[in-house]
Each structure stands twice: as C-alpha cells, then as structure tokens.
Design a protein. Structure first.
Length: 148
C-alpha cells in the first residue's frame, strides 16, 4: 500500500509539472520565434541600408563635383547654371538616399542585437523549465527532476 501511495504521488507530480512545462515551453518557443524573426528582419534592414549609404555618398560626390565645375567655369553663364542645378539635384538626392540608408542600417543593427540577446535569454529559460525523467550515460539509473 505504501508503494502505491508513492507511485501515485510521483505520477501526480509528473502530470502537474508536465502541464506547467507545456504552457511555459509554448510561451518560450513563441517568444524565441518572435525574436528570430526580429533578427532576420534586422539582417534584411542592415543589408538594404548599407548599399543605400554608398549610393547616397556617390550621388553627393557627383553633385558636389558638378557644383565645383560650375564655379570654375563661371564665364559661361548658360553652362554654369545648368551644372549648378544638376549638381544641387544630385546632392539633395544623395543626401536623402544616404539618410534613408543610415536609418535602415541603424534600425537593423538595433533589431539584430536585441533579437540575439532575447533569444539567448529565452533559450536559457526554456532549458531551465524542463522537468521529468532524465538519463545520462555517466550516472547509474534514472533521475527525477522538478524545476520550480
């Protein structure tokens, strides 16, 4: 009779911890999936923003070069005005594209770092939430573990 009570108590604890474990693990797995998406989106933003910074810098340099040409050849009034308008357009476009690239890159870096940190936190919590019977090759027999 005593053995039956012990086995019943062990089964009760196993069932109660498995229910709590399944609720915790579902939440932790959902959080891990959410932050994995955040890391992926951060990579996409960073990969998209970096070339935009380069393109914006090139356009700004071209516009600045055209403005310098218009200032050097100020004798020709028609060409100087044409070059200065084109130069300012390239500079403005380069600045806008460069700023958009910087915004995307910074946002991507922040999302990646937050996502990686949270994934490691929730993986540790998921590992700590496990309970049940465990068997390792270096030990003799089974081990019953409850994590509270």
């Amino acid at each position: 009779m005593k053995t039956l009570r012990i086995i019943t108590a062990i089964c009760f604890f196993l069932v109660s911890t498995s229910i709590a474990y399944s609720q915790d693990t579902a939440m932790f797995k959902a959080k891990i999936h959410k932050y994995q998406n955040k890391v992926r989106n951060g990579k996409i933003l960073t990969i998209t923003g970096t070339p935009l910074i380069a393109v914006g810098g090139i356009l700004f340099a071209v516009g600045n070069h055209n403005l310098q040409l218009s200032n050097d050849y100020s004798i020709f009034s028609d060409e100087s005005q044409r070059y200065s308008i084109r130069g300012t357009n390239y500079e403005v476009l380069g600045l806008l594209i460069g700023e958009a690239g910087i915004a995307l890159t910074v946002t991507g870096i922040i999302n990646r770092s937050i996502g990686k940190r949270k994934i490691t936190q929730y993986k540790i919590k998921l590992d700590n939430a496990r309970s049940g019977f465990y068997y390792r090759p270096d030990q003799a027999g089974l081990r019953l573990a409850f994590k509270f």
